[in-house]
Design a protein around this ligand. Structure first.
Ligand SMILES: Nc1ncnc2c1ncn2[C@@H]1O[C@H](COP(=O)(O)OP(=O)(O)OP(=O)(O)O)[C@@H](O)[C@H]1O
Length: 309
């Protein structure tokens, strides 16, 4: 669903700074989530994603800058009632059954979903009578998702929602999130799974060291690094690979190397000339994962422009 720019933002962080312990967790962060948008907030460990979520959900206050939820104060209970939240660290009481737990949270809302619909949307059919303490990690995540959607939220905040889920459960949750978006809910999603961001989000915001380093559609983010990914097995070391023509980054996954390049033909000519044992070679457009890795490594926007040019 496309965003309506004239409406009050669902969530807003403007020039927000927040110190946590000795760390500057957020350092002038700007983030706007508009009605109907699904925004994926990406970034490496410690980038400031959970801190941003904690501010939007009213669990932390900013040191400076402005945080707004539906145009109001996120600490205001009535405002927060329009939001459904699935956090990383929420524990469930061990003795309540799944049905009792979800029903308890439904009772906090004036016009909740029916219990059966909530359980079905969260993929909890068959587990209703199981005690929460006897659920697997992935099943507990599904109960937390049920709690988040029980009140038909206008804004759904999902902090790493599919951690611990198997492939079927992840896909089930994705289709439930898509149904919420189709109903008109805005979504803020943090995830380390780039396929998840690509499957759900119409906008990607990459943050690092508490600042936004990229913001756009998945396609725009990919094109920002204007790179092609060459993957192969090679006996060349990282220093040799980095020195190949037009290579902008080198990374390894198991025995396979990924080279990002601004000219596949120029890089390939040199690569094949230096290593005739090259194997398992593929050339493809940069994936979202390649692009985000590259943007984070490149550091500040000024450095990024220099490196990509
Ligand atoms: N309670 C805390 N006390 C001190 N420092 C904290 C606390 N919580 C977070 N931090 C620090 O603030 C920074 C931002 O953390 P945050 O949890 O927001 O990052 P994140 O992007 O969500 O990371 P991850 O992907 O690992 O969940 C990190 O350097 C972290 O160590």
């Amino acid at each position: 669903m496309s965003a309506n720019l004239s409406q009050t933002p669902v969530g807003l962080l403007s020039q927000v700074t927040k110190r946590r312990g000795s760390t500057q967790a957020l350092d002038g962060l700007d983030l706007i989530i508009r009605p109907g948008q699904c925004v994926a907030l990406l970034g490496p460990n410690g980038a400031g994603k959970s801190t941003s979520v904690a501010l939007l959900t009213g669990r932390l206050s900013p040191d400076a800058g402005q945080v707004r939820l539906f145009g109001g104060d996120p600490r205001d209970l009535a405002t927060r009632g329009r939001m459904g939240v699935m956090l990383q660290e929420t524990g469930l009481p061990r003795t309540l059954t799944v049905r009792e737990q979800v029903d308890l949270f439904r009772s906090y809302y004036r016009q909740p979903r029916s219990l059966d619909e909530t359980l079905q949307l969260a993929g909890l059919e068959g587990l209703e009578r199981r005690r929460c303490g006897a659920l697997s990690g992935g099943q507990q995540r599904r109960v937390q998702f049920a709690i988040a959607i029980a009140g038909r939220p206008d804004f759904l905040v999902l902090d790493e929602p599919t951690t611990g889920m198997d492939i079927d459960a992840r896909r089930g949750l994705w289709s439930a999130v898509r149904a919420e978006i189709a109903r008109g809910a805005a979504v803020l999603l943090t995830t380390h799974h780039l396929d998840e961001a690509e499957a759900l989000a119409d906008r990607i915001v990459v943050i690092d060291h508490g600042r936004v380093i990229a913001d756009g559609t998945p396609e725009a983010i990919k094109s920002q690094v204007s790179a092609v990914a060459i993957r192969c097995r090679t006996r060349l070391g990282d220093a040799d690979l980095s020195s190949l023509a037009r290579v902008t980054s080198v990374s390894r996954d198991g025995g396979r190397v990924t080279l990002l390049t601004t000219s596949a033909s120029a890089t390939l000519r040199e690569l094949l000339a230096r290593d005739e044992t090259i194997d398992d070679l593929t050339v493809a457009g940069a994936s979202l994962e390649d692009a985000v890795t590259r943007l984070v490594r490149a550091g500040s926007p000024a450095q990024r422009q220099t490196e990509v040019a």
